[in-house]
Design a protein. Structure first.
Lengths: 480, 255
């Protein structure tokens, strides 16, 4: 029915709300990448020798690697020499309190809806804000410190907790892991570090807010989260970036370590600038996220990916210890010209390990959405079980959904269950809603939220509301 | 003034003319039944009145409650009190039935400048309607029509109707596929809504439902035209004699 299709295409996408640029003096180092740049980054950050060595090993390894091409995303070749690998807001002295933070910066955070001030205490969220490359300020640090929880910028951790960083850095994602992770290992600028001591339940959601501001800078943050035996933590990560016509590379690495009996819940709402309707601009998001679970540990990844021109990420779990549990709940939205190739890897190594994968892909406009997942049951994974569910929802008929579930079972007692579905928001569903008085836009939101419910309910409350709003903004204009 | 006045209505689907000049006047307080064989255009008429895209109005006019109905968007028609109980209710996976109904009711209230109902007020209203209709409360927490049996879907339509409290309700074969208990429940719902300000159009091709919802007028739709109108006795005649005599009349008139 052409009328229905026309109206589906009629709607126009809403402008990217977070597309403002903060006018702040930025300290940059020369464009391009070579060993001297790696050294310069390291010296700017006063890093110890061992870390510089680690970066250099990564850099040299990176030179031997080729950019991967197996994914289902297409983009012009990235010129790695045309980017800046370090940008820090000036002045970049160590900040001790909010009063010392540049008011322009605070204004930016206010526009983003995060305040680093008193509100944080009320909302009970500790935020480590990463603005371009230097972590500006960390709230709540002291309160957490009383419990022995360390939550600070990566750079601070390098100086204040070098033994922890040295022990765990690269222990889940080695510097040689993949093209983008290796690049990150060479030039990572900052990020967040978190350590939860034995038996401690972190009493509040820990949250990092990333934002890319400077032009032509790649953001290479690195997050390292260690949950010691029997501890519990819920970590939230949100991302936005100003709108620019150039594409910006974002190649982050997140490493999670869940020691015996620990539980890490890691939630992401990713809303990087997706580019305009013609596909101009937008973030290239190539991210490596992986966690390892020791005995009886559990890692749960929940992601809502609405932004970026390209999303390339596979938050994964290495289920090393017996009885460990890995979970992946994902909503990925592609509208207009966005492309996403995302999924997870669940590597079952220990006995009786269990994993759950729930992936919801939504494509609208000319968006292309690919689920790519690997479930591997190693020879020693007696009694391991996996359940995967991959659902795709299409809005309009110019978008695409693709599913590549790889299953590799090397143990006969392991069980793998996979379900997949593809559905389309039907004209009949929308008409049904309209006949009950509900507008087209609300109808789409209703249907999409229904589709994503199993994932949304995994999100912490405040993120759930934000995710629903984001989704409706991302899809605004996808149906008429 | 009539609540609904249809004059010379023509409508096409995929370029094929289905409705070929319908005239029908429904006054507030009345219940009309529209009967006719499969494929005669009953659902088409219902969908045209509700404003479905695929149905193109090619001629005629429809005045509803003093307004040009054909100028209104489907959701505006709904907010103005026009309700269609669908012949084939659609499933909306994952969307809670109660949540859906609350969104619908609040959309309508917003349209009329009324404040939204609080969750408590809404639940109060819903529970009351469930009781009247003898509908099981478990229906509330299931996704809209998903996995519902045919009978549950139809009951759910009537439940929505009861909550939304329309001025003009159009029931498209709400009785087909229902057992006698379900038909009674549907009839109870419709009869509870009867009032001097409201009207109902019951589309059916069985006389059976009309034992429970007694119509003031019965119309026969055949090949896109109303070929006979009368009182409730017309339904009984159709039950006994079928539609053949009307076909013959038509053929005779065409000669
Ligand atoms: N959405 C549609 N697309 C194509 N043809 C349709 C559609 N709806 C109805 N028709 C056609 O219109 C005619 C009348 O159908 P309908 O109004 O459903 O009849 P009834 O409800 O009286 O059984 C039939 O020939 C049917 O095939
Ligand atoms: Mg019909």
């Amino acid at each position: 029915m052409s009328t229905a299709t026309d109206t589906i295409e009629e709607f126009t996408g809403q402008e990217y709300k977070y597309g403002f640029v903060t006018d702040i003096e930025t300290e940059m180092i020369p464009r391009g990448l070579d060993e001297s740049i790696v050294r310069l980054i390291s010296s700017k950050k006063n890093e110890p020798e061992w870390l510089l060595e680690w970066r250099l090993r990564a850099y040299r390894h990176w030179l031997t690697m080729d950019e991967p091409e197996w994914h289902n995303v297409h983009y012009p070749k990235i010129d790695y020499q045309d980017s800046y690998y370090y940008a820090a807001p000036k002045p970049k002295k160590v900040l001790n309190s909010l009063d010392e933070v540049d008011p322009e910066l605070l204004e930016t955070f206010n526009k983003l809806g995060i305040s680093l001030g008193e509100q944080q205490r009320l909302t009970g969220v500790a935020v480590d804000a990463v603005f371009d490359s230097v972590s500006v300020t960390t709230t709540f640090k002291e309160k957490l410190y009383e419990l022995g929880i360390i939550f600070c910028s990566f750079s601070e951790a390098v100086h204040n907790h070098p033994e922890l960083v040295r022990q765990y850095l690269g222990s889940v994602v080695p510097y040689s892991d993949n093209y983008f992770a290796t690049l990150n290992s060479a030039v990572f600028s900052d990020g967040s570090f978190c350590y939860i001591p034995k038996g401690v339940k972190c009493p509040m959601e820990l949250s990092t807010y990333f934002r890319i501001n400077a032009e032509n800078t790649g953001q290479f943050e690195r997050t390292l989260l260690i949950a010691d035996e029997g501890s519990t933590v819920s970590y939230l990560e949100g991302c936005t970036a100003p709108r620019r016509d150039e594409n910006q590379l974002h190649a982050a690495v997140v490493e999670l370590v869940a020691l015996d009996g620990a539980y890490i819940k890691y939630s992401t709402v990713q809303n990087w600038y997706p580019g305009d309707k013609e596909g101009k601009g937008g973030i290239y998001n190539f991210v490596t996220k992986r966690g390892k679970c020791m005995a009886n540990a559990r890692i749960s990844w929940t992601q809502v990916e609405t932004g970026s021109a390209i999303t390339w990420k596979y938050p994964s779990c290495l289920l090393i210890g017996d009885n460990s549990v890995g979970e992946f709940y994902s909503v990925a939205v592609t509208n207009n010209m966005q492309q996403a190739d995302t999924g997870t890897k669940m590597i079952h190594i220990g006995k009786n390990t269990r994993s759950t994968i729930v992936s919801k892909g939504i494509s609208a406009g000319k968006g292309q959405n690919t689920y790519r997942g690997l479930v591997r049951m190693n020879a020693g994974a007696d009694g391991a079980r996996n359940y995967s569910q991959c659902d795709s929802l299409l809005i309009g008929d110019r978008c695409g959904a693709h599913t590549f579930p790889y299953i590799d079972v090397r143990n006969p007692s392991a069980q793998v269950e996979h379900e997949a579905s593809t559905s389309k928001i039907g004209e009949d569903q929308i008409f049904y809603c309209k006949q009950r008085g509900i507008s087209t836009e609300d109808a789409v939101n209703l249907i999409v939220n229904g589709f994503c419910k199993e994932v949304f309910r995994e999100l912490p409350m405040e993120f759930m509301v934000e995710a629903q709003k984001l989704l409706s903004v991302s899809l605004e204009g996808s149906v008429g | 003034m009539a609540l609904l006045e249809i004059k010379g209505l023509h409508a096409a689907v995929d370029g094929r003319e289905i409705l070929k000049g319908i005239d029908l006047t429904v006054n507030a307080g009345e219940t009309h039944a529209i009967m006719g064989l499969n494929g005669s255009g009953k659902s088409t008429l219902a969908n045209v009145l509700a404003g479905r895209d695929a149905y193109e109005v090619t001629g005629g006019s429809v005045i509803y409650d003093g307004k040009d109905l054909l100028e209104l968007e489907p959701e505006e028609r709904a907010c103005e009190g026009l309700f269609l109980a669908f012949q084939y209710p659609v499933e909306i996976p994952g969307v809670n039935n109660t949540y859906f109904l609350k969104a619908a009711l609040n959309a309508k209230r917003k349209y009329h400048g009324q404040p939204e109902l609080t969750a408590v007020e809404f639940l109060g209203l819903v529970k009351e309607k469930l009781k009247i209709l003898h509908i099981d409360q478990s229906l509330l927490n299931r996704p809209v029509n998903e996995g519902f049996s045919g009978g549950e879907k139809k009951r759910n339509e009537i439940f929505q109707m009861a909550v939304l409290n329309p001025k003009l309700a159009i029931l498209d074969e709400t009785d087909s596929g229902l057992d006698i208990d379900a038909i009674r429940a549907v009839a109870d719902g419709v009869n509870a809504l009867r009032s001097p300000e409201r009207a109902t159009i019951v589309v059916t091709h069985y006389q059976r439902l009309l034992n429970y919802i007694v119509p003031d007028f019965v119309h026969v739709l055949l090949h896109g035209e109303i070929v006979a109108s009368g009182g409730k006795e017309l339904a009984l005649k159709l039950e006994k004699e079928g539609y053949a005599w009307l076909e013959q009349d038509l053929a005779g008139a065409a000669r």
